[in-house]
Structure formats: C-alpha cells, structure tokens
Design a protein around this ligand. Sequence first.
Ligand code: DX5
Ligand code: ZN
Length: 218
Amino acid sequence: KKTPLIAPSLLAANFLEIGKDVNMINNSEADWLHLDVMDGRFVPNISFGLPVIAAVTKISTKVNDVHLMIEEPEKYAEAFAKAGANILTVHIEACRHLHRNIQQIKGLGMKAGVALNPHTSVSQLENIIADLDLVLVMSVNPGFGGQHFIEKTYEKIRQVKALINQSGSKALIEVDGGVTLDNSKAVIAAGADVLVAGNTVFSAKDPVEMIRALKHNS
Ligand code: DX5
Ligand code: ZN
C-alpha cells in the first residue's frame, strides 16, 4: 500500500472566490497546491499568471507546485520564485537548453520539474533525469481541465519509473490530467507518487472528502 501525494489543481476552482478554495485545500489532506500557468502560445489557452500566484501563495499552507505551460520559461523563473513557487516545472518541448533551465530553477532555491506531453518519449529524459526533483507525466494534452485520461500513460509512467530506478535519481513522478477516483489506483500502481486532480476535486460534492479519498484509495 502506497499513499500518494495529492495536488489539487486550482484551474478548476471558482475564480470569483479563489481564497475560499485555497483555504479549503489548506484545510484538507492535500499535500501540494498545483498552479497551472498557460500563455496562449505553448498551449491553446490562457489561465493565470504571476499576480494571481503571488496572492495565492501568501495564504497557501501547502507546497506551491507551479506547472508552466509557457514558451521561454527561463525568462520568468526568477519572477515565479519571487511569487512563491516551491516547485517549478517546465515543459521539455519548450526548452532548448533544458540543462541550463534546470540549474537556473535550482539556483533560485526551487525544486525543478520537467513535464512531458503525451507524444514525448521518456528516453528524452535520459541525460537529465539525475538532476530532476520531479517528472510530470501529462495524461492529457495540456491546455484544459476536465479532459479524458489517455490510457497509454500507464506505460509511460512505468518507463519513467524504470529510468528513475536505473539512474538512481530521486525524482518523484507526478501525473496530470483526467485523474479520477476510478483510475487513481492504477496510476499509483504504475509508479506515480503525486496525483494532480482538478475537476475530480472541484466538481465533487465534498472536495475535502474527495481529496481524502484520492489519498487513501490505493
Ligand atoms: C491541464 C493542466 C492540469 C489540469 C488538470 O493542462 O495541466 O493540471 O488542471 O485538470 P483535470 O484534473 O480536470 O484533468
Ligand atoms: Zn498541470
């Protein structure tokens, strides 16, 4: 039995009363607060950015897990550190100098993560895995909440797990997109350490109970 870390995604919150939802997460068994930043270029959607994250991290008592779905993330890493990010994850598809970007993030005092789109091969992590704190496996195409989990992801999670084991890396595996109470067991069994959940948490009748259920379901 393995207890995963739970990272509710604020993308599915009620933005008119965002503080209420952050406090709900604060008062739950959630471990991380997942914050999705979209620029309308790397992904076909725009979410929220630095001022919102700076406000949210002021009241958040959880680990602030910032998922950058943006081009040229190196231009903004320092600003996200100042805005209170504890973990900064960049997309491998958006980084021409990934090794430099990871060193930059760590140099700013944050944990460093790399995200893989559904089509991106795990083998692309071979030369960077030892430097990573987190691998974020996208189980939907990034850009929107509420999408359906792509089944091929199970195999990718197993591949990332194998790569971590053979390299001696201490990276955690986070799975993001379409995670439900029904598939969470299989996601964890495949090797996930951290579950992101947007719609599953925020469309639940009792979000605090749903977070508890996701955490203790395996
Ligand atoms: C999608 C984001 C996800 C999203 C997940 O691009 O990276 O974090 O909020 O939402 P659900 O859990 O509803 O698929
Ligand atoms: Zn995300």
